[in-house]
Design a protein around this ligand. Structure first.
Ligand SMILES: Cc1ncc(COP(=O)(O)O)c(C=O)c1O
Length: 451
């Protein structure tokens, strides 16, 4: 009989799959190492087990102990599988930027999950780096994994992923392209491949908001490069020990929007349903294409599965909210196509206090004013502010007493250009007649969002 002794034995030996369509502009052969085939659905199973086994071997992790890690999900999944098979407790400390699916999956495999805020400095006591460290000092018989600086991470890829790529390509690999987070994958695979053939080029995919690219190019850790970003799994605001900058030949940065769009393209054009960093890797690969010559072999590694991003990059509303959907917005009706159903209004005889309350409730800065005949006027923040300077009892006046002229009404097909020119200091918004008895509002904010 041919069976694995336990789930950990099914880790590795993932397939190498030719990309056919999405890479049509590249002359080289592009092969994807699809790490979704691991039991935890990510490359991280490999290093998670290696870190646990190395810690067991030198006594950092003792029988019945608690494993603690600050993880964005995938390493947590790998650690969870190891903890189940080997009999440990696992606490995962995760940042609130991560998808709900990742959190639910960790809980499904028995991990305790602690959620921390994303937008705090790494040395802030609330950051997930700090919380993980603190828990490991407070909980007896616990071990803090620290995938960033734990070199067993790199070693796992040096011992497994690198040799697999070398064997699968029969030593013909010329370039290796991969997203960089802790650096374990790029450094382990890169070291192995360069030892086999020093001419192999190693390319890192970074994201805007991360320090890697600039540090690699200039040696400067520039804090100005650090700001919040959406892409998951890659980029850092620290320099993890696992990133071996010497073996990396170059970095390219991919925007959040491109990473998201290419994550979807990969699924639709190749049937390869992988995560957000795979989309970034494909776009990065296209950005690097002048380095790839005809006949060369390029291997790109896809870290995890698309299932963990169904509420994000694979969700149209999520993409639209961030302006990531390629939409052709040419007319007034295109602009309001996904606006909330009902137009929020205030009546001429209502008190100003009601109008202000409604603006707060719906988080809007202007309101059309209506009476029984239709649109009778308009209110916006600057009208309110000016009126308040003249009359501190403004809240008790009727809206009719301070309102301005009604917002102009345009037809559905009015061009965006024309609508933009109608919005000015006097006129804070335009109403679109949808010709079914309903209207929508367009403000400066809507036009800026469509840029
Ligand atoms: C989805 C995803 N992509 C990419 C990476 C980066 O890999 P590495 O940490 O080996 O650099 C990670 C690591 O957390 C990840 O979870």
């Amino acid at each position: 009989m041919n069976y694995a002794e336990n789930i950990l034995q099914t880790i590795g030996n993932t397939p190498l799959v030719k990309l056919n369509t999405i890479t049509r502009d590249i002359d080289a052969l592009v092969l994807a190492k699809v790490e979704t085939f691991n039991p935890g659905n990510s490359v991280k199973d490999r290093m998670a087990v290696k870190m646990v086994e190395d810690a067991e071997a030198d006594g950092r992790l003792k029988p019945g102990g608690t494993i603690i890690e600050g993880t964005s999900g995938n390493t947590g999944m790998g650690l969870a599988l190891a903890a189940i098979v080997k009999g440990y407790k696992l606490i995962c400390v995760i940042s609130d930027k991560q998808s709900q699916e990742k959190i639910d999956i960790l809980r499904a495999v028995g991990a305790e999950v602690v959620v921390c805020p994303t937008n705090v400095e790494p040395d802030d006591p609330r950051s997930y780096y700090s919380v993980s460290k603190r828990l490991s000092t407070e909980i007896p018989n616990s071990w803090y994994v620290n995938q960033y600086d734990n070199l067993s991470n790199t070693l796992a890829h040096y011992e497994q992923t690198g040799p697999e790529i070398w064997e699968q390509t029969e030593g013909k690999v010329d370039h290796f392209v991969v997203g960089v987070g802790t650096g374990g994958t790029i450094s382990g695979v890169g070291k192995f491949l360069k030892e086999k053939n020093p001419n192999v080029k190693i390319w890192g995919i970074d994201t805007y908001g991360s320090v890697f690219k600039k540090y690699h190019e200039t040696g400067e850790f520039d804090e100005n490069e650090i700001y919040p970003y959406i892409t998951e799994g890659i980029g850092e605001d620290i320099l993890p020990e696992n990133v071996d900058f010497k073996i990396i030949d170059g970095f390219t940065k991919v925007t959040d929007k491109d990473a998201a769009i290419y994550t979807r393209k990969l699924a639709r054009e190749e049937g390869v349903f992988c995560g957000n960093s795979a989309g970034a890797a494909v776009k990065g690969l296209l950005q690097l294409k002048e380095h790839f010559k005809p006949g060369e072999v390029v291997v790109v590694l896809f870290h995890d599965s698309g299932t963990r991003y169904v509420g994000k990059m694979f969700n149209d509303d999520w993409m639209r909210d961030r302006g990531f959907l390629e939409q052709d917005i040419k007319t007034a009706s295109d602009l309001v196509a996904h606006a909330e159903k009902d137009l929020i209004t205030v009546r001429t005889e209502e008190l100003v206090a009601h109008a202000i309350e409604r603006m707060k409730q719906y988080d809007i800065s202007q309101l059309p004013v209506v009476d029984t005949e239709g649109f009778a006027g308009s209110l916006d923040e600057s009208t309110l502010f000016k009126a308040y300077i003249d009359n501190k009892d403004l809240a008790h006046l009727a809206v009719r007493e301070i309102m301005q002229s009604p917002f102009p009404i345009v037809k559905k097909g009015t061009s965006l250009d024309e609508v933009s020119r109608m919005i000015n200091r006097e006129n804070k918004a335009v109403l679109v007649d949808l010709e079914d008895g309903s209207y929508r509002i367009i403000t400066k904010h809507d036009i800026i969002s469509a840029i």
